[in-house]
Design a protein around this ligand. Sequence first.
Ligand SMILES: [Zn+2]
Length: 293
Amino acid sequence: MKGIMKTNMKIKMNVSIAILLALTIVAGCGSKNEGASTISPSPTPSASVTTSPTATPSAGTTPATTSPAATATGKPSSNPVTSPAASSTPTKNGAVQVIAKPESITALVNKMNSLPSSYEPTDLVYPNIAFTFSEKIDKRKMRQVAATAIEKLFAGAAKDGVPLAGVSAYRSYATQKSLFEAYVKKDGEEKAKTYSAVPGTSEHETGLAIDVAGSNGKCAASDCFGGTKEAIWLEKHASEYGFIIRYPQGKAAITGYQYEPWHLRYVGTDIAKEIQSKNVTMEEYYHTVPVSK
Ligand SMILES: [Zn+2]
């Protein structure tokens, strides 16, 4: 395998990239206005090369996450009710549980259910869709199954005269960690938690979530996106492609997040359609306790 030197360099590179990204990326859904500043970590071509901050954080528990996605790419579980809730185990953080099967397409990730710090999807790819920025960086990535689905969703929307653009998709644990720590430094932990996700608890770390906007990038990840033709199209059609509006209006007490009409989470078409038709959140679908903020 690789020598220590090489590994160290990689870690250093990842850390510096993470810091760069920290200055520009949204915290975790829960934070807004990223798209408005259509940014990108200034010229760090190498950013796209490093898919893996794997080596970096190792604070938390270390579940078997090295080869999960091999079995995960597939179909949504047909027995969702048993999967997520049952797959978590208590952690040192008291109420927060570490998700045992982070690679599951139906994994429930929220403020009470955290991805392991060592988790990194193994099948991340660059979906062939427009983004509000041009750099080929990590936040364009999604897991294969979600990437294929988002390509179809974007094509469907465009066909209906509603062209979309991606704002932010995958975010590594390390990036989320740097970001969160920067916010804590700035505002203190309590306040930071109100607008930024604690590392491990951002759905963007699954590679199954993406924030979208209209192709002009207007109102990207901002409240004004609500009610736009893009938001209305998504509410109506996202489930046909396997996505849900993860943080619906009026459900903050359950999801832990205010309405985010731009944040899509892939769960597979069966579950997405069921969640949409029942007008419930993922938490309610799995009968888990509401997530307090
Ligand atoms: Zn989001």
